[in-house]
Design a protein around this ligand. Structure first.
Ligand SMILES: [Ca+2]
Ligand SMILES: [Ca+2]
Length: 438
């Protein structure tokens, strides 16, 4: 696919980050030093977070499955050699902050790109369509470096229903998280901006750590990654507070609902030992997560505090209820207390790296495309600050292999996956790259 370079000249009231101009992404053999500073500026607490609204109905509770699931290897019959070699091929440059790329799974092969200012753009047959698919910039608060329209998710069966969801920090709520449902218009390339229905609002006590990703799992439920609320160190202890919706992976049943219901298989459906929306907890800022489209396994890139960035893994067989450790643990290391912390019961990351190699992990995807068989089955993820891109893969014995694949030097705001399973890397400043592998 050949993309035409298309520059869009727009101005913004605030730059998202203080980082410098990105460098061209070319393969290098040696690692470069991270020079960027973290994008987030901690802010003082202003309120105690609560959540609203409550679900529209609560199903009859069933036995909660809280046991930590056993990680089972998912070996593939023909694994290519590891590690693969990758490079990034420049595609379009939107010349405005972008943070997400996805597809509608409707057979159109269109690519949807999320601009933090509150717009969704369509790339069709390699060309950027002039009219945004959605423009809700009047609703979106994007003044903070981690604020804005942060992701979107097309409902399963979108080609029939025309329903999709967005996650943004809202102006009306002074930065509170809003998850809302929208509908496409009669024009398949333009959504109805007046179709918005708020599904869930979550109070945000600080402008940072808003999570931001929503994605439908293989089970058809909507998964929501929420940050711990912000500031630094989780001063409100949201991540380990199972009743708070912050610092969590939530799972909601939104199909055909005005807001949402609690999936009856959620680990805490009766709400007695945790908020019923909670799928997993102990997360700091799971900015990007993804499901392996072949296996259904879940990979979470959880942004660390000051020392360790981590990848968390959840087998498709999981029944939820995992504690991923924050803020007792940062990566595989004690955080609070700094030594001899209680680690029993929490699930350690499958990979972590220290801040000599970056400062903010950006979770990616397991490659399942057709163009680069060398990448098959490898989970690609990176670091926002250093631009490094790593690969992770389970060998036939279930052991995780990892390797640094590329030091790109760009500010990786997100990875993205198109309908065919090909992967993309987004530079926050607007450049889209396609991942090439061999
Ligand atoms: Ca926040
Ligand atoms: Ca953790």
């Amino acid at each position: 696919m050949i993309f035409l370079r298309f520059l869009v000249f727009l101005t913004f009231p605030l730059l998202l980050v203080a980082c410098g101009v990105s460098q061209p992404a070319t393969p290098v053999q040696t690692e470069s030093q991270s020079t960027a500073t973290p994008a987030a500026t901690p802010e003082p607490p202003t309120s105690t977070p609560t959540s609203s609204p409550t679900p529209s109905a609560s199903p009859t509770p069933t036995v909660a499955a809280t046991d930590t699931p056993t990680t089972t290897p998912t070996p593939e019959p023909t694994l290519p050699p590891f590690p693969p070699t990758i490079s990034l091929e420049p595609q379009l440059n939107l010349s405005t902050p972008i943070v997400y790329l996805t597809h509608a799974n409707d057979g159109s092969n269109r690519i949807f790109v999320v601009e933090t200012a509150g717009r969704v753009r369509i790339i069709s047959a390699g060309e950027l369509l002039p009219t945004p698919f959605l423009d809700i910039s009047n609703l979106v608060e994007s003044g903070g470096s981690e604020q804005g329209l942060l992701s979107m998710a097309f409902a399963p069966g979108y080609d029939e229903s025309g329903v999709f969801y967005v996650n943004y920090t809202s102006r009306a709520g002074d930065g509170d998280t809003v998850i809302a449902r929208y509908h496409v218009s009669d024009d398949p390339n333009i959504a109805d901006p007046d179709s918005g229905q708020i599904v869930l609002t979550i109070d945000q006590p600080a402008r940072n750590h808003n999570g931001g990703q929503i994605q439908f799992g293989p089970d058809g439920y909507l998964y929501v990654g929420t940050g711990d609320g912000g500031s630094a160190g989780d001063p409100w202890d949201n991540a380990e507070n199972r009743y708070a919706l912050l610092g969590k992976m939530l799972r909601l049943d939104v199909k055909g609902r005005e807001t949402y219901d609690i999936p009856i298989e959620n680990p805490f459906p009766d709400g007695e030992s945790a908020a019923p929306e909670v799928w997993a907890y102990g997360l700091r800022n799971p900015w990007r997560f993804s499901f392996d489209r072949a296996t259904g396994d879940l990979y979470i890139g959880d942004v660390g505090q000051g020392s360790w960035e981590e990848v968390d893994f959840q087998s498709a067989a999981s029944r939820g209820g995992e504690d991923y450790g924050w803020n007792t643990m940062e990566g595989a290391h004690c955080y609070q207390p700094a030594q001899n912390c209680e680690t029993s019961g929490s699930v350690p990351p499958i990979f972590d790296y220290d801040h000599s190699q970056g400062c903010s992990i950006t979770g990616g995807y397991v490659y399942r495309g057709a163009d680069f068989p060398a990448l098959a089955g490898t989970y690609l993820f990176g670091d926002y600050c250093s631009g490094r891109i790593w690969g992770l893969r389970q060998d036939a014995s279930g052991n995780w292999q990892s390797a640094l694949l590329l030091a790109s030097g760009i500010n990786i705001s997100s990875f993205g996956e198109d309908e065919a399973g090909e992967l993309y890397v987004l530079d926050l400043q607007g450049q889209i790259y396609r991942v090439i592998g061999q």
